[in-house]
Design a protein around this ligand. Structure first.
Ligand SMILES: *Cc1c(COP(=O)(O)O)cnc(C)c1O
Ligand code: SF4
Length: 350
């Protein structure tokens, strides 16, 4: 069997290769790639079934990325919220720690499109040391999210090192890893890697699946290895126009994730990232889609639709409205079938 490194090494990353494989316009590809990197590894490439399908849209560069007059490079103000490079401290008790600038596939809708996969993202040991010191000096931070890029493109030893350094900080209680590896290069999950992870519980992994076609035998095996290592798995899915913005696709995805032992965590409204405008859906679309999931799927299969507020103001849940009216005596609401229901409030007796 090919190793994950070999598969990654055989990625398509030049316009000429992709032109040969898919017949895309070389000039368009060149223009887009000059701004945003491309990497399509053979595993993910083989999931493509037809031009413009939900897998294709996620990985094949599109001229629309350069025709974005609405969005901005860093809508979440991550750079402003970084007290030291690659450490985003937005919420009082948790930080985002970016440890890798590479991914196994560059998503065309990436929220960190401004730097992921380019020389604009520097990861160096010196700033990592500063990050550990910062965490030591900020004991209010008890939850560290390791992200990137994709942290799982680091070597096993590097990950071991990062996890050990974080675990040595007493105030850090929870460690989370954000990775798209289970959906884009599941062979990267090995027994050797999970043996390392096991040493650092409580460790959570939030992965990222966007379409039921990503739920392959290989992805299932990867998730099973992680779950068997005692790691609770979540999915942070992005709601994407033309990829998963319909009820049937979302139902199949969320249920399929549960069957693979992955709990749907967030469904993100697309950020206002420059180059991503063509993937955005309206907030009403998202809220209406969620309304069609509640009750029709187990609560276990339902993610929180969330919008990451521009300017780094935090994630806001976008929740469909079931409550029709409320007074001191009665709550009136509709159920998942649209039937009107009532719940009498408790009456205080003295
Ligand atoms: C999303 C995010 C978190 C984590 O949010 P949770 O709701 O705890 O998953 C932390 N820091 C930053 C900067 C984030 O964007
Ligand atoms: S895996 Fe995540 S960080 Fe990497 S390109 Fe995709 S969205 Fe961006």
């Amino acid at each position: 069997m090919e190793s994950w490194r070999e598969i990654l090494h055989n990625s398509i990353n030049t316009p000429l290769e992709l032109h040969h494989k898919l017949g895309c316009d070389i000039n368009v590809l060149q223009d887009v790639i000059a701004n945003f990197p491309m990497r399509i590894n053979p595993y993910f490439f083989n999931l493509i079934e037809y031009p413009g399908d939900p897998i294709w849209k996620q990985c094949v560069p599109d001229l629309l990325e350069l025709h974005d007059s609405v969005c901005i490079p860093d809508p979440l103000a991550e750079e402003d919220l970084s007290p030291i490079p690659n450490l985003v401290h937005k919420y009082p008790n948790r930080v985002l720690f970016l440890v890798s600038n590479q991914c196994a596939m560059y998503c065309r809708f990436c929220t960190r499109k401004r730097k992921v996969g380019t020389s604009r993202m520097h990861i160096d040991p010196a700033s990592q040391k500063l990050a550990y010191r910062y965490l030591q000096e900020h004991p209010e931070v008890n939850d560290v999210l390791i992200s990137g890029g994709d942290p799982l493109l680091l070597e096993d030893e590097q990950l071991d090192d990062i996890l050990r350094n974080l675990r040595n900080i007493e105030s850090v209680k929870l460690i989370r890893i954000g990775t798209r590896i289970p959906s884009v290069l599941p062979m990267r999950i090995t027994e050797r890697l999970t043996a390392i992870f096991k040493k650092y519980h409580p460790l959570y992994i939030n992965t990222h699946f966007n379409h039921p076609r990503e739920l392959t035998v290989e992805a299932k095996a990867a998730c099973e290895m992680l779950a068997n290592a005692g790691i609770p798995l979540g999915s942070q899915t992005v709601l994407l126009k033309g990829v998963n913005d319909n009820v049937e696709t979302l139902k199949e995805l969320m249920q399929g994730l549960l069957y693979m032992r992955v709990k749907p965590y967030y469904l993100f409204q697309s950020d206002l990232t420059y180059g991503v405008n063509h993937f955005r859906t309206t907030t009403q679309t998202g809220i209406q889609l969620m309304k069609n999931l509640y009750g029709h799927l187990s609560g276990m299969a339902i993610p929180t639709l969330a919008l990451d507020a521009p300017g780094g103001k935090g994630k806001i849940p976008l929740t469909p409205q079931f409550i029709k009216s409320s007074d001191s005596q009665t709550l009136t609401f509709e159920n998942y079938l649209g039937q009107l229901c009532q719940y009498p409030e408790p009456i205080e007796i003295y």
